[in-house]
Design a protein around this ligand. Structure first.
Ligand SMILES: O=C(O)CCC(=O)C(=O)O
Ligand SMILES: [Fe+2]
Length: 370
């Protein structure tokens, strides 16, 4: 039998590094190569992680086992899917964000608000680890096995190691505590995202968006893995004040990790869910699209999310409070579906002043930031 040749996806040409004087944030770095050096080495990594999570809610991850080439290949596959899937097919495979609160499929440009009267210029193609749950775009067919491999490796090797470090950092007795809540074999709303930002805002739009491509937010996730890309555009807000935004530096082959609202609730705000946004880049990087890949993680559907005071002596010593009354604690599924339904659609800022807006999602509250 002659093996079918696998087509080459269209290469996404990334923008070159900026030479402008950009104000970059200093993030801690976790070197995952040290994970295999025994319990003491893991303890040291966990302490580094605790320091990052209690201050910035963001860190760089290096030596995680996925090569720069593998990441570039995924960006190319994502770019190809987003730019070569016919419009009719994209419509048919649109993610049921409003109907079901699920990201599985395409998010078209304009689904989110970018300002009072401006719509976003961002396309996503999202895929869940069980790809059979939905029809997938025709052009992805030849690359399905490598997409599956990328997801599986990210989930079982990268995410699981991180989750063990999180458990160690909180002195939870069972190192696999969080791993068991993110069981690969069970269902949840975890998604791999290919995301392309199109630099197509008019001068009129920019007046309203103030150059923002994605507004300030915390992720709805437990953890978010952002595969680093070279455009200076992701910004993180200092936790100490509500107005200082700094750019996140590109780490070739690295992953930028941040915690989301689920981790914030698990730790009663001891671990910060980084407040971040995406801005247009500095002058010398303007006029380019930005394509990258992400892995957004959520616990299994039936996991009830509340603060882990029983499990973690660290949280007890820190004196944190329960995030929710027991009767209000949402399951991962209720939370994720409810939050995805409203993401990017909110008109709360139209009615209020200030840098933070609050919005109810079932029994819990989410926040948006300017
Ligand atoms: O594009 C980025 O770097 C971040 C995207 C993001 O924050 C999100 O999709 O939640
Ligand atoms: Fe985000």
């Amino acid at each position: 039998m002659i093996a079918k040749e696998i087509p080459v996806p269209e290469h996404f040409v990334p923008v070159g590094p900026t030479k402008e004087p950009v104000d970059f944030v200093e993030l801690r770095t976790i070197d995952l190569a040290k994970y295999d050096d025994g319990p003491e080495a893991r303890k040291a990594l966990a302490e580094e992680l605790r320091l990052a999570m209690t201050t910035q809610g963001f860190f760089n991850l290096i030596n995680h086992g996925l090569s720069e080439e593998e990441i570039t290949r995924q960006v190319d596959i994502g770019h190809h899917i987003i730019t070569h899937t016919p419009l009719e097919e994209k419509h048919r495979l649109q993610a049921p964000m409003i109907e079901e609160g699920s990201y599985h499929g395409f998010k078209p440009r304009g689904h989110w608000r970018a300002g009072k009267n401006v719509r976003d210029k961002v396309e996503n193609f999202n895929v869940y680890r069980d790809m059979t749950l939905r029809d997938q775009p025709q052009c992805m067919e030849p690359w399905k096995p490598e997409v599956q491999h990328f997801i599986d490796y990210t989930h079982k090797e990268v995410l699981y190691k991180l989750l063990r470090l999180f458990a160690i950092s909180l002195e939870i007795e069972d190192e696999d505590f969080f791993v068991k809540l993110h069981d690969y074999e069970k269902h949840d709303e975890t998604w791999l995202r290919y995301m392309e930002y199109f630099d197509e805002y008019t001068e009129e739009d920019k007046k309203e968006t103030k150059g923002l491509w994605l507004g300030g937010h915390q992720d709805l996730t437990s953890l978010s893995l952002l595969f680093s890309q070279p455009m200076a555009s992701l910004q993180v807000r200092a936790y100490e004040d509500d107005a200082t935004w700094k750019f996140v530096k590109h780490i070739p082959g690295g992953i930028i990790v941040n915690a989301g609202e689920v981790m914030l609730w698990w730790t009663g705000d001891y671990y910060k869910a980084a407040i971040h946004r995406v801005s247009e880049p500095p002058q010398d990087q303007k006029g380019h699209n930005r394509c990258s890949v992400f892995y957004f993680c959520l616990p299994n559907d039936d996991v009830v999310i509340n603060t882990l005071l029983d499990e973690s002596p660290v949280l007890r010593r820190a004196g944190v409070k329960m995030a929710h009354k027991p009767e209000d604690a949402p399951t991962s599924k209720t939370w994720a579906n409810g939050r995805i339904k409203i993401t990017g659609r909110s008109a709360v800022y139209d009615k209020q002043e200030g840098n933070t807006a609050y919005e109810k999602v079932g029994t819990v509250t989410t926040r948006w930031f300017k």
